[in-house]
Design a protein. Structure first.
Lengths: 267, 265
């Protein structure tokens, strides 16, 4: 069980995560949904102690991430695909990680096989495509066979076969009794993969529910998501006039604020 | 809690686990080997060049043979900085901290591994430079021997200086985090600053790391001033210099570790 309690994080004057609380249960895939900039990645970073929260806490079992005895054996994580040195081979990258948590060396080849990278194990990671980089990241997350998996956008860059593979992988890992927490922009993907959903907007919790409950009463999960996040979504890219309110405008010309919002499929 | 949680073994990860990770990381990059080989070759090559051109048998022949140490240290300092900053530029830091989140422990292990590698290469380079520089002496000048007073100390401390400058670079890298900026700080702080300080305040020049290495650690006897020098600096003794350089190293690592522990990664 992972408990996120009143988690709050500011970057300068921006409130990235705002008193966020939710629980993650073993045996379920929990989808983490939110628009761009809603605080999903920041929340993941806070859970992993990469960033320090301004308030609130995360408990993994009874501990903070930084207090775990064997971090890789307790929590597997994938944040961004390219979280490795480009000059190191896939096998060396994983071997280094394995050494840090006393994970047997044979496990490196096991996870390379598992993610379908056995033939690329000796290649330097900087040459990998985004899909390959993503698979290496997933291999690193699985290295310690952990009971908790946190993945930020794991389907990014994967081809359709890869998307299908990760969906099956994550649902089977959850079926084994693990906590699986996956963020994605792809709502349709979440509808297929997740049991539960945590939805946030502007760093605040909008819903902590099941996929079935959220899609009930709406034409689709996507429609339900858009309706829920509409009010709380902050748009950064709008008209050129935006953010220049204090500039003197020449007489006869008025700057109009952007009337419509823009949505993007990926960051 | 779950089926897989039961398989988590007792004990916890510690210094040696993290040090093993750092050793695999260090040795698995080609750039590490190239940089170390070039640094050693540079130190030896300069020793040979100085040996061939030495005409004054009364000079400190050991110090002459070790003349390539200070230039080579530039590479070691930069390599130390990159050992940390490349983690940030590549994104590897996220993975590293997900495996070993105790940051002071991480920096200690990284410093121990890098420092040991740098000292090993430094000792090899120093001894080879000493023997090569001695062997190429001409004009009937006899090669210095390790048994002469202060010679073994000078050669050994030359090797140690690789570790110390490497770790100063590593500490600065942990403070600055950006590769380009860190390289600038290492070159500026360790190489350029002494020149400026030496010009502006003669008395302080002798406390600069590079001056300590060039004029205290790699010498067999106190440096004598030329006959008509306007000003004769009082260089530190080898052991005082070593102590001060050790303090600089400790300060750089402590500051780097403190910032690493406090800042968002």
């Amino acid at each position: 069980m992972i408990e996120v309690r009143e988690l709050t994080k500011r970057y300068g004057s921006t409130l990235a995560v705002d008193a966020l609380s939710f629980n993650l249960r073993p045996g379920t895939v929990t989808g983490f949904l939110g628009a761009n900039g809603s605080g999903k990645s920041t929340t993941m970073r806070l859970i992993l102690d990469l960033d320090r929260p301004d308030a609130g806490q995360v408990r993994i079992g009874r501990q903070r991430f930084g207090e775990l005895r064997w971090p890789l054996r307790e929590v597997g994580s994938l944040l961004e695909a390219r979280s490795f040195h480009p000059g190191r081979t896939a096998r060396e990258h994983l071997a280094a990680l394995a050494a840090s948590n006393a994970i047997p060396r044979r496990r490196v080849d096991e996870v390379l096989d598992l993610v379908g990278m056995a033939s690329a194990a000796g290649r330097r990671a900087g040459k990998f495509s985004l899909g390959m980089a993503q698979r290496l990241g997933i291999a690193a997350a699985l290295l310690g066979d952990p009971p908790v998996l946190l993945m930020d956008e794991p389907v990014n860059g994967l081809d359709p076969a890869g998307v299908h593979w990760i969906r099956d992988l994550l649902t089977s890992l959850a079926a084994q009794g693990r906590v699986v927490f996956v963020s994605s922009h792809l709502i349709s993907e979440m509808a297929l993969m997740a049991d539960r959903l945590v939805v946030i907007g502007q760093g605040r919790l909008l819903a902590d529910t099941t996929v079935a409950e959220m899609s009930a009463g709406a034409p689709s999960l996507e429609a339900a998501f858009l309706a829920m996040t509409e009010a709380s979504t902050e748009y950064r890219t709008t008209s050129p006039a935006d953010g220049r309110a204090d500039w003197p405008t020449s007489p006869g010309r008025t700057s109009s604020p952007a009337p419509t919002s823009r949505k993007e499929g990926s960051s | 809690m779950t089926a897989s949680a039961a398989r988590i073994p007792g004990g916890h990860y510690g210094f040696w686990h993290v040090a093993r990770m750092e050793w695999i990381k260090l040795r698995s990059l080609r750039s590490t080997w190239w940089t170390l080989v070039i640094a050693a070759a540079g130190a030896i090559g300069i020793g040979v060049a100085v040996g061939i051109n030495t005409r004054n048998a009364a000079g400190d022949l050991t110090n002459n043979a070790l003349a390539g140490i200070v230039p080579s240290l530039l590479l070691i300092g930069v390599l130390g900085a990159l050992a940390v900053t490349s983690e940030y530029s590549s994104g590897m830091i996220r993975t590293t901290l997900s495996a070993a989140p105790r940051r002071p422990l991480l920096l200690a292990a990284k410093a121990a591994v890098f420092g040991a590698a740098a000292v090993t290469v430094g000792e090899a380079a120093s001894f080879m430079a000493f023997f090569a520089g001695g062997a190429t002496l001409r004009h009937g000048i006899p090669a210095p021997a390790l048994t002469q007073p202060g010679v073994l100390r000078a050669v050994l401390l030359s090797g140690v200086s690789f570790g110390l400058i490497g770790l100063i670079g590593l500490g600065l890298g942990a403070m600055v985090r950006h590769s380009g900026a860190a390289i600038g700080v290492v070159i500026g702080g360790v190489y350029v600053l002494p020149t400026i300080v030496g010009q502006v305040a003669h008395g302080l020049g002798v406390y600069m790391p590079i001056v300590i290495i060039g004029n205290s650690l790699t010498t067999t006897k106190p440096q004598l001033c030329p006959a008509h020098a306007d000003y004769c600096p009082h260089f530190l003794s080898a052991w005082a210099g070593l102590g001060l350089l050790g303090l600089y190293t400790a300060a750089a690592l402590a500051a780097g570790g403190w910032l690493l522990a406090r800042r968002d990664a």
